[in-house]
Design a binder for this molecule. Structure first.
Ligand SMILES: CC(C)(COP(=O)(O)OP(=O)(O)OC[C@H]1O[C@@H](n2cnc3c(N)ncnc32)[C@H](O)[C@@H]1OP(=O)(O)O)[C@@H](O)C(=O)NCCC(=O)NCCS
Length: 176
């Protein structure tokens, strides 16, 4: 019987961190150290089957700039369910838990979806950002054309023009 638990990064012991990284390495063939680092510093949703970790997702805080505002954003990262356990509701259960965090703590939810994952989020009400994307780099705002069409947001009370420019804060590795 699988069990969903949520925990802040601060409360993950070393064995759990190692299990999460190993699971994500298994789910994504291009997982990098930066990708893993991007998943830290917020709330993790973990699905355990006994001592085996079979699902991971997390939400961390970022600032997304839009229309002159720096929106406090819950950014969803590292969503993966072990291949042999998919299609049993674990991904939805993790997203339920993280969307609750997003709705309770942030002005906006956002994520960068893979082609394979996009429909999963759309079915949950996430909306494609249609405008240009960019990043606030140390050298100023720079376009991130390669990310256009991959960014999804979970709008809440803040009014948004989905066709306007959306700029993310800076980090090593993939900006989105
Ligand atoms: C995407 C993923 C996390 C979904 O996990 P899961 O446990 O299989 O999902 P669930 O069983 O909770 O499915 C919930 C619903 O989403 C649908 N769904 C699942 N994966 C989907 C996908 N890739 N595209 C479209 N719909 C999807 C299911 O059919 C189900 O629909 P229903 O409620 O109408 O029955 C999982 O397939 C995965 O790890 N994929 C590889 C990694 C990945 O792509 N992660 C996302 C990166 S952005």
């Amino acid at each position: 019987m699988a069990e969903l638990r949520t925990a802040h990064t601060a409360d993950l012991d070393i064995a759990t961190r190692k299990a999460a990284r190993a699971l994500l390495d298994n789910v994504f063939d291009d997982m990098t150290d930066d990708d893993w680092e991007h998943a830290l510093g917020g709330v993790h949703a973990l699905v355990w089957d006994g001592a085996e970790l079979i699902g991971h997702a997390s939400v961390i805080q970022r600032r997304l700039l839009n229309g002159g505002r720096a929106l406090r954003t819950g950014y969803v990262e590292a969503v993966g369910v072990r291949a042999d356990r998919r299609g049993r509701g674990h991904g939805a259960a993790m997203m339920d838990a993280l969307e609750r965090v997003v709705r309770g703590a942030y002005e906006l939810g956002a994520l960068g979806a893979s082609d394979a994952g996009a429909a999963f989020y759309v079915a949950r009400g996430w909306q494609l950002w249609q405008g240009p994307s960019s990043a606030l780099t140390p050298a100023g705002i720079r376009r991130t054309e390669e990310e256009d069409g991959c960014i999804y947001v979970l709008p809440m009370e803040v009014s948004l023009d989905l066709s306007s420019e959306l700029t993310c804060d800076w980090r090593d590795g993939d900006p989105w």
